[in-house]
Every structure is written in C-alpha cells, then in structure tokens.
Write a protein that binds this ligand. Structure first.
Ligand SMILES: Nc1ncnc2c1ncn2[C@@H]1O[C@H](COP(=O)(O)OP(=O)(O)OP(=O)(O)O)[C@@H](O)[C@H]1O
Length: 276
C-alpha cells in the first residue's frame, strides 16, 4: 500500500491550513506527524483520509486519486481513528466497532462469520473485550478510545491513519498500542501507519519517518532523530532540546526545557525566515 500527497493545499477562507504538502508513505512503515498545536497535523491527516478536499494538489492511494474513487472504495483502503471522539449515542460498543465493517457490507446482508471474527480480534487487540456490551456513551474517554481503535482495526485495511491515538489512554495502554502498530507494519504485509503524535519520545521510539509541521507546512521530514534536532526544536516548538536514550528500552528519547527569553528572542521571526 502506498500513499502519496502531491503539493496538497487546503484553504479555509484565505488561509492555507495545509500548505503545499508533499509526502510519500512507504509500505511497511510508520510515519509520525508532529508539531505544535494548530500547526496542521490533523489537517494533513484529514486530507490523506479524504475528509478535507484539497484546493490544489492530489492524494493518491496505490497510484489512484482518492477523489476520483467513491467514498466507499476509499474507506476500504484505509481505516481512520479521528481526533474527535464521536458520541455514539444509542449504540453499544460492539455496534460501534462493527461499523468498521460497513465499507465491506453487501446490500441487505448483515455481518457474516468472517466479519465477526475480525471484530472479535479487534476487540482483543485494542484491549477492550470486556466493553462489548456496554453503552458506548457511558464509557470513559480511554475506554472509548480503545473501542474506536477496535473499530479502525476491524476494517483490516492496509493503511491506518490515527490522529493522536494515545489520547486518553493510560501509559500501559499507550505502550500496548504502539507495540501493536509496530506489529501491524512488520513482516511482508506492506501495511503502513500514518499517525499524529504529541509525545515526541513515542515518535522517536516507533516512527520510521517523521514529518514536522509548522504553520500548515511540512517544515522538515526524515529520520526522527535527524528531524528533532535542537535547531528545529527551538525554531518550531520554542524549546531547548537534547536527544537522549531511554535506559529501559535503549530507544531514542528527547529531553526538553523552556528557553530563556534571550535565547527565544522573537522565534516567530526566526521561523518565518527559516520557512522562506
Ligand atoms: N474547519 C476549520 N475552519 C477554520 N479553521 C480551521 C478549520 N480546521 C482547522 N482549522 C485551523 O487550521 C489550523 C490547523 O489545525 P489542525 O487541527 O490541523 O492543527 P493540529 O496541528 O492538528 O493541532 P492540535 O495539535 O491542536 O490538534 C488551526 O489553526 C485550526 O484552527
């Protein structure tokens, strides 16, 4: 599965919330999108999963423009965990998860045994089997997040697009989720993950490729340890930063500290200059 964004610009009014974004997602890889609040991470993801139509540029999955195919065909090619949790009023958790099979449903037929097996597996993988019979609206934020993750997983799509999937999850559930994603893309399946993350340690430890967003643009892209360099951290996030190593996992991590006013001296001007 390959995903390509070619010079994608999305404008709301006169403002480009996504500005000339170009990327190619490699099969078998995890790409993390990081950046400050409002920098365009969700907008990039929403353009990739056909929720935001570009004013300019194209989005291709396996070489086909997603806006030239039906919404149903697009839904079969990628599964999505959006940032905003739906309320799911009146549905049980099982019913919410089973909605992940909707793009594959045949007219007037219900779930078959294969659908039910995928739903079962997704409940297990997302660690929420015990919640199946619960009213979705009554679940806690973390429980809902697990159920919505299960809905995305049971779609069994080759591309997972996840907007801040670790939101609301306790630390053990976050680590389980990231390990699950590592497994999702491993082997010869060619499956890929595109996800927005605020936790830079997690991005460093699990992403093969990093996109750093700033003011609607992809400010830098490449191997995580290269992109999260002190200069980028200072200019984009306005913090001092140093790469470290997690002593328990041996994986890269990052330590950050506020910049003093002198060192920060007008970062907005520096960023504008660097983006030019
Ligand atoms: N429908 C909209 N109408 C107006 N402005 C919008 C709309 N959608 C997004 N924006 C603006 O576009 C910018 C980018 O938003 P986006 O949600 O992509 O940021 P983000 O990097 O995901 O932020 P966060 O880390 O806070 O989730 C923000 O300034 C946001 O207010």
């Amino acid at each position: 599965m390959s995903l390509q964004l070619n010079n994608v610009t999305v404008r709301i009014g006169h403002r480009a919330i996504l500005d000339d974004a170009t990327l190619t997602l490699q099969p078998g890889s995890i790409t993390a999108v990081v950046g400050p609040n409002g920098s365009g991470k969700s907008s990039l993801l929403r353009a990739a999963y056909r929720a935001l139509k570009p004013n300019h540029g194209s989005v291709l999955i396996d070489g086909s423009d997603i806006w030239q195919s039906s919404a149903r065909a697009a839904a079969r090619s990628r599964a999505v965990l959006p940032q905003q949790q739906s309320q799911g009023l009146g549905f049980t958790a099982y019913e919410v998860v089973s909605m992940g099979r909707t793009p594959f449903a045949r007219a007037l037929s219900g779930l078959d045994a294969a659908d039910r097996a995928l739903i079962e597996q997704a409940f297990q993988d997302a660690g929420c089997t015990g919640l199946a019979g619960r009213d979705f609206a009554s679940l806690s934020g973390g429980e809902r997040q697990r159920v919505l993750l299960a809905r995305a997983l049971c779609q069994n799509a080759p591309l997972l697009i996840l907007d801040e999937p670790t939101n609301h999850l306790d630390i053990a559930a976050q680590l389980d989720l990231l390990a699950l994603l590592d497994g999702f893309v491993s082997g010869a399946t060619g499956r890929s993950v595109l996800l927005a993350l605020h936790n830079l340690d997690q991005a460093l430890a699990h992403a093969d490729h990093l996109l750093l967003m700033h003011q609607g643009k992809i400010y830098d892209a490449g191997p995580p340890e290269t992109v999260l360099n002190p200069e980028n951290m200072r200019l984009v996030f306005g913090v001092a930063a140093e790469l470290t190593r997690n002593r328990l996992t041996g994986k890269a991590g990052i330590q950050c500290a506020p910049l003093g006013p002198a060192a920060r001296s007008n970062p907005a001007a520096q960023i504008t200059e660097a983006c030019a």
